[in-house]
Design a protein around this ligand. Structure first.
Ligand code: INI
Length: 158
């Protein structure tokens, strides 16, 4: 039996973080969590690039460009979509999530999904460093692990 796992070491890799300005009370906290997690897992400052975009709807285009550019080992997308009185959020969520996945699948580069999709600001605060953790940390750990899973697969010729 062979078991392949990715270590949680960021080492000399290059990570891009794409973060939405919309709901920046929340996204600033996601960004802090993401940067702190990269540092704690051994990444040098020179390995971190942060790109700001207006809203979550804009995340896929920039993620796709960065993932296809050949400079980054992974891209971390951060945003917060909070339900309003209309169905606007549904259109953003579906297209944005699909676009982020597409950026990853078409490039072969891990693009992680650190976007909160909540019913209220309180739910978002809970998930941006509050009692339910920090989605930015979670998405960053997933990105680090995926970089290393892909590296392990390549090392084994798989
Ligand atoms: N963008 C968000 O990131 N979160 C939201 O909650 C949100 N809402 O609710 O409208 C939002 N809208 C902006 C959107 O992402 C685009 O920036 C805008 O439509 C321009 O393309």
């Amino acid at each position: 039996m062979q078991i392949i796992e990715g270590q949680l070491l960021a080492g000399d890799d290059q990570f891009a973080i794409v973060v939405s300005r919309f709901n920046d009370l929340i996204t600033k906290r996601l960004l802090e969590g993401a940067i702190d997690t990269l540092r704690r897992h051994g990444l040098a400052e020179s390995g971190i690039t942060v790109v700001h975009v207006p809203g979550s709807f804009e995340l896929p285009l920039i993620a796709q460009r960065l993932a296809h550019g050949g400079k980054f080992h992974a891209v971390i997308c951060l945003g917060a979509v909070i339900q309003g009185e209309t169905t606007h959020h549904e259109y953003i969520n579906h297209q944005m999530a699909g676009g982020i996945l597409q950026a990853s699948l078409t490039s072969g580069v891990p693009v992680s999904f650190g976007v909160l999709t909540c019913q209220s600001m309180d739910q978002a605060l809970d998930r941006a460093g509050g009692k339910a953790g920090n989605k930015g940390v979670e998405a960053t750990l997933a990105a680090i692990e995926m970089v290393n899973v892909l590296r392990e697969l390549s090392a084994k010729g798989l």
